[in-house]
Write a protein of this length. Structure first.
Length: 95
């Protein structure tokens, strides 16, 4: 899993994934504290993540293990919306 924050949306009128109504997000990888890393991914979002929200992203073959992405050319998918990150008893990120 990769921590990332939603940086924007990606719109493509022609694509080969055959997922009706698919929403794609531009996400910036970040640390578990929400600090940006400057690396971006395009991820399929079925959870409804919003701008600036921290998400968990699954990438590679793991991204193709959801009902919507099974056997589709998807490399990254939003797998969770992060509410809180606790590290060694200290809360380091809270939504």
């Amino acid at each position: 899993m990769i921590f990332a924050t939603v940086a924007g949306t990606v719109v493509s009128t022609r694509r080969s994934d055959s997922i009706p109504g698919a929403k794609y997000l531009l996400v910036e990888q970040c640390t578990h504290r929400g600090e940006p890393r400057g690396e971006f991914l395009v991820a399929l979002d079925e959870l409804g993540a919003g701008p600036g929200e921290m998400v968990l992203v699954s990438q590679g073959s793991s991204a193709r293990q959801t009902p919507a992405s099974d056997k589709k050319p998807i490399d990254a998918v939003v797998a969770g919306l992060v509410d809180l990150v606790e590290e060694r008893g200290e809360i380091v990120y809270r939504k």
